[in-house]
Design a protein around this ligand. Structure first.
Ligand SMILES: *Cc1c(COP(=O)(O)O)cnc(C)c1O
Length: 373
C-alpha cells in the first residue's frame, strides 16, 4: 500500500502543476511527434460506401504506437519523484520498447519483465529493448506470459521501492494507475476533438477503438464522454470465437466481476474465480482483465463493447493495407473490422473516427504465416 499511496499523492500534485504538464507536452511534441494527424480515409470511405471515416494516426508516433504517450508521462513523474530505476512488464513487447526508449532518453536504469514464451514469440522486440540498454528478464513461472510477468514486476517494485518506479502500460493495476494512464492518453481525444471540429465543423457520430487493457480507447473517448450525441464503441479480441479459453472479450460470455492483479473489474474467470486462459491473434489484446473505468462506463451505458474475431481482424489488416496504404497493428485492425462491418449501415451522413493505435510492422511476419502470403 505504501508505494501506491506515495504514487497517488505525488501524481495528484504533479497533475495540478502547470510546469509538469508543460514538460509532458514538450516531450510529446518534440520527441514523440504529437499532434498526430486526423486523416480522412477517402478510399476506405468510398469503398465501404457509407459513413465518412477518419483515422487518428497514433501509428505515426515514435516507436509506432500510443504506448509512448503514457511512458513519457510516467518517466517524467518518476524523475520528479527522484527515482533512478524504471521497471515494466510487457506481453507483446510494445510497452517494453516504449519504456526502454524513454528510460534511454532520460538515462535511467531499466529492467523489463517478460514471459519466456512471449520472449520467443516477440524476439525482435526483445532485441530492440536490449539495444536501447534495458535488461530483459525472462519470467518462467506459470504460463510464462504477461500475467506472470506482471506478478514478477510487482514483486520487484515492493522490494526496490525507494529508487524504483513501475511503469504500467495500460489503464490497469491499482489506483492511481488507471486514472494516471488515462490522463496521459487523453491527449489523443483532445486532439481528435479539436481536429474534427476544424475539418467538419461538428462532432463525430461514432468513435471506435480496440480494447486490450483499454488505454488507447479511453484515450480517444475521454474528451467526448460528456458529448451525449457521440456514440462510442470498444472492440475486444474475439479470438477463435466466444468459447471458454478461445477469446479475450471480457464483456462477452465468461467475463464477470472479479479481482486480478490489483484491479476490481470484469475478468475472464470460471465459477471458482480461477482466471481463464485467453486467446487473441493480437498479443496486445490478450489479457483476462479490462481497465476498471471501462467496466464502469459499460454499466453506466455510456460505451458499448463489441468484438472482432481473429479472421475478422486479419481480413481488416489486409484490407486497410490495400485500400489506404496503411498497415495497422493487429490490435488496431480489430477497430477497422468493426468499421468495415458497420460503415454502410451508419449511412453517408455519419462521421466515424477510428483509432489507429499502432502500426503493423511488428505483426507482418505473423500475418504472413497466418495468411500464407
Ligand atoms: C498495447 C496495444 C494495444 C492494447 O492496449 P490498450 O491499453 O487497450 O490500448 C492496442 N494497440 C496497440 C498498437 C498496442 O500496442
Amino acid at each position: 500500500m505504501a508505494p501506491l499511496q506515495e504514487l497517488a499523492k505525488e501524481y495528484a500534485k504533479a497533475r495540478r502543476d502547470k510546469k509538469f504538464r508543460q514538460q509532458v507536452a514538450y516531450y510529446l511534441r518534440e520527441y514523440v511527434g504529437r499532434p498526430t494527424p486526423l486523416y480522412f480515409a477517402e478510399r476506405l470511405t468510398r469503398e465501404l460506401g457509407g459513413a465518412k471515416i477518419y483515422l487518428k494516426r497514433e501509428d505515426l508516433l515514435h516507436t509506432g504506437a500510443h504506448k509512448i504517450n503514457n511512458a513519457v508521462g510516467q518517466i517524467l513523474l518518476a524523475k520528479r519523484m527522484g527515482k533512478s530505476r524504471i521497471i515494466a512488464e510487457t506481453g507483446a513487447g510494445q510497452h517494453g520498447v516504449a519504456t526502454a526508449t524513454v528510460a534511454a532518453m532520460f538515462g535511467m536504469e531499466c529492467v523489463i519483465y517478460m514471459g519466456e514464451v512471449d520472449m520467443a514469440r516477440q524476439a525482435l522486440n526483445v532485441y530492440r529493448m536490449r539495444l536501447l540498454g534495458a535488461e530483459v528478464r525472462a519470467v518462467t513461472a506459470g504460463q510464462r506470459t504477461l500475467k506472470e510477468a506482471i506478478s514478477e514486476a510487482m514483486r520487484d517494485w515492493v522490494t526496490n521501492i525507494r529508487h524504483t518506479h513501475y511503469i504500467i502500460g495500460s489503464v490497469l493495476g491499482a489506483h492511481p494507475y488507471p486514472v494516471m494512464v488515462r490522463d496521459f492518453q487523453a491527449v489523443i481525444g483532445r486532439e481528435a476533438r479539436r481536429q474534427i471540429l476544424k475539418h467538419e465543423k461538428r462532432l463525430p457520430d461514432v468513435l471506435v477503438a480496440c480494447v486490450g487493457g483499454g488505454s488507447n480507447s479511453i484515450g480517444l473517448f475521454h474528451a467526448f464522454l460528456k458529448d451525449k450525441g457521440v456514440r462510442m464503441v470498444g472492440v475486444e479480441g474475439g479470438g477463435r470465437g466466444i468459447k471458454p479459453g478461445d477469446h479475450a472479450a471480457r464483456f462477452q460470455k465468461g467475463g464477470s466481476l472479479g479481482v486480478l492483479q490489483g484491479t476490481r473489474t470484469f475478468v475472464l474467470q470460471d465459477e471458482d474465480g480461477q482466471i481463464m486462459l485467453t486467446h487473441s491473434v493480437s498479443a496486445g489484446l490478450d489479457y483476462a482483465a479490462i481497465g476498471p473505468e471501462h467496466s464502469y462506463l459499460r454499466d453506466a451505458g455510456r460505451i458499448e463493447y463489441s468484438y472482432a474475431t481473429d479472421p475478422d481482424a486479419l481480413a481488416a489488416f489486409q484490407y486497410c493495407a490495400r485500400v489506404e496504404g496503411i498497415i495497422p497493428a493487429l490490435e488496431s485492425a480489430h477497430a477497422i473490422a468493426w468499421v468495415q462491418k458497420h460503415a454502410k449501415k451508419l449511412g453517408r451522413d455519419a462521421i466515424v473516427i477510428a483509432n489507429m493505435s499502432g502500426r503493423g510492422d511488428k505483426d507482418v511476419m505473423q500475418a504472413a504465416e497466418l495468411m500464407k502470403l
